[in-house]
Design a protein around this ligand. Structure first.
Ligand SMILES: O=c1ccn([C@@H]2O[C@H](COP(=O)(O)OP(=O)(O)O)[C@@H](O)[C@H]2O)c(=O)[nH]1
Ligand SMILES: O=C(O)[C@@H](COP(=O)(O)O)O[C@H]1O[C@H](CO)[C@@H](O)[C@H](O)[C@H]1O
Length: 318
């Protein structure tokens, strides 16, 4: 493992249990900061209400850590907006935020318009399809931002079970992460290979940084933000926090194929112009007290065309 990645993993990996909502509410007040939570939602009626209600009860009512909860409706056909509003969220529609810029489809559009529709100095993004959401997710994401001015962006890390009709595969989730995003980051941005969940949908950042980078309109938004914010602020301004386990609604392999296509487009648009890809791939295992990085060599060699090895005329064996 690269020494810089080993140092980053040690310095910039936190656990959510290090903070309480009450402590951070005090830190927020003493800094005069404000906090917005943004949930992008497309047809999330079954899950959005419980998430909003949990945030509102624990982090608005019981501990004044969160100043606004905004659900960004990406054109839902179900009752997402009504359910979110009833649970205490302010609901905006991607069609009516920045109308002069029109409306493009995709999650990143919802996040970009959610950034515009809110005003918090710190912005927390939470998917609206989580099952078993815990408000401590938000506390954990805000912890590093409210206690270390040198940190500008925090990604969640967690175990990601894959919920299938046959049962639950404990670490089967994050399929596009494991099959595309992690190998891409390790190859072309090895300094970011310490991120355990680069595509995770829960993260938080300082508005002053978030407003200085593009938001990729579709599912490339997480990949784009990670690479662009690291380029803008430096890897040491980024951190990750262990939230335990994250369960969410899953898409089909075909849908994840389209997601992978968008992420590949995002990566290729940012590919470093020089240097060959790193041959190291870091994968992560859950341990009793955190995660363990396992380093693999994924270098490949190429055998030359056989025609250059054996005379074209002869078919004999030498
Ligand atoms: O065009 C879109 C696609 C997704 N989402 C929301 O973004 C989050 C993550 O999307 P999804 O669950 O489709 O991705 P997955 O978690 O399966 O990778 C969810 O809250 C979606 O409702 C959205 O607001 N607009
Ligand atoms: O991490 C992943 O591979 C994908 C798919 O997860 P699953 O295989 O359905 O658990 O999920 C994430 O990726 C999306 C693109 O970045 C994010 O928008 C989602 O929030 C995140 O769940």
């Amino acid at each position: 493992m690269r020494p810089d990645v080993r140092r980053w993993l040690s310095r910039r990996t936190y656990t959510a249990a290090s903070w309480t909502a009450a402590d951070l509410a005090g830190a927020k007040r003493s800094r005069g900061s404000t906090v917005s939570v943004v949930l992008p939602a497309l047809d999330e009626e079954p899950t959005v209400g419980a998430i909003v209600a949990a945030i509102h009860e624990a982090l608005v009512r019981d501990a004044p850590l969160v100043d606004e909860v905004v659900v960004v409706d990406s054109g839902s056909a179900d009752r997402t907006a009504a359910v979110a509003a009833a649970a205490g969220a302010r609901v905006v529609d991607t069609a009516t935020v920045l109308p002069a810029h029109g409306r493009v489809p995709g999650k990143g559009e919802a996040l970009w318009k959610g950034l515009h529709a809110t005003s918090g100095d710190l912005v927390v993004f939470v998917d609206a399809d989580l099952v078993g959401f815990d408000p401590q997710f938000v506390v954990g994401l805000l912890g590093p931002l409210l206690t270390d001015p040198g940190i500008g962006y925090v990604k969640a890390l967690y175990d990601r079970p894959l919920v299938t009709t046959e049962g639950i595969v404990p670490s089967g989730g994050g399929r596009v992460t494991e099959l595309l995003a992690r190998p891409l980051l390790n190859a072309w941005w090895p300094e970011l290979s310490g991120f355990v969940q680069p595509l995770g949908g829960e993260y938080a950042g300082r508005r002053e940084l978030l407003e200085r980078v593009p938001f990729v309109s579709g599912y490339g938004v997480e990949f784009g933000l990670l690479v662009d914010l690291a380029g803008l602020a430096g890897v040491d301004a980024l951190a990750q926090v262990d939230l335990g386990t994250r369960t969410h609604g899953h898409q089909s392999d075909a849908a994840l194929g389209r997601m992978a296509g968008q992420i590949l487009q995002t990566a290729i648009a940012r590919r470093p112009g020089t240097g060959s890809p790193s041959p190291e791939l870091l994968q992560f295992l859950r341990t009793a007290d955190g995660v363990e990085a396992v380093s693999w060599d994924v270098a490949v060699t190429e055998r030359p065309p056989m025609r250059t090895v054996r005379p074209a005329a002869g078919r004999g064996r030498s």
